[in-house]
Design a protein around this ligand. Structure first.
Ligand code: MN3
Length: 209
């Protein structure tokens, strides 16, 4: 799993798999553009905004996102959007892996069932939420501040961190995440996404939440 160096200047961590590793579900060209151009753009813009504000060079992405109200007013919106863009994309890319053929869902089912959620319910609720996002955004599985599993959606580059929730899995439903392969068919993209979810990592995220 790749974690960005978690303070200024932020870096774009390499994908934890090759660009073509998620074929045929997520295509190579989409992964290249998504990682090398779009995520890189958020990293560059975030660094450019913070360059004149050394006071915040030691802040992690999470701290920037959770405390954006403490930043100078003139950079709050930009930091919220760019830091969110970095966090959301790294989280999304890490959350995928080449098909886990030998993966056994017993442990994950156990963890989920403690929160009254099964894997099938998780998938169908996440899909429903992802389809419901109007315009650009994400659907998420999170643990809320009371420790309850929740499915939620965020617009643009908003994050669950600002909502005090612990993110466990996200799906990017901006059109750039699927348009080259799936065109306007977001539902097919979501079904394909479920073939490449890194469920081992979701388990670990739940255990650490
Ligand atoms: Mn994206």
């Amino acid at each position: 799993m790749n974690k960005p160096k978690n303070k200024y200047p932020f870096r774009n961590p390499p994908l934890p798999y090759s660009y073509d590793a998620l074929e045929p579900f997520i295509d190579t060209k989409t992964m290249k553009i998504h990682h090398d151009k779009l995520l890189q753009g958020y990293v560059d813009k975030l660094n450019a905004v913070l360059a004149d504000y050394p006071l915040y060079w030691n802040w992690s992405l999470q701290k920037l996102l959770a405390n954006s109200a403490l930043l100078p007013a003139q950079i709050q919106t930009q930091v919220h959007n760019y830091a969110g863009g970095v966090f959301n994309h790294v989280f999304y890319f890490n959350g995928m892996t080449p098909a886990q053929q030998k993966w056994s869902n017993t442990k994950l089912e156990g963890l989920l069932s403690k929160g009254s959620m099964g894997l099938d319910m998780l998938k169908s609720s996440l899909k429903e939420a992802a389809l419901s996002v109007f315009g650009s955004g994400y659907a998420w599985l999170v643990k809320d501040k009371n420790g309850v599993f929740k499915i939620l959606t965020t617009a643009n580059q908003d994050t669950p961190i600002s909502l005090n929730a612990v993110p466990l899995l996200n799906i990017d439903v901006w059109e750039h995440a699927y348009f080259l392969k799936h065109y306007g068919n977001r539902g097919e993209y979501i079904d394909d996404f479920f073939n490449v979810v890194n469920w081992d990592l979701v388990e670990r995220r739940i255990e650490n939440a």
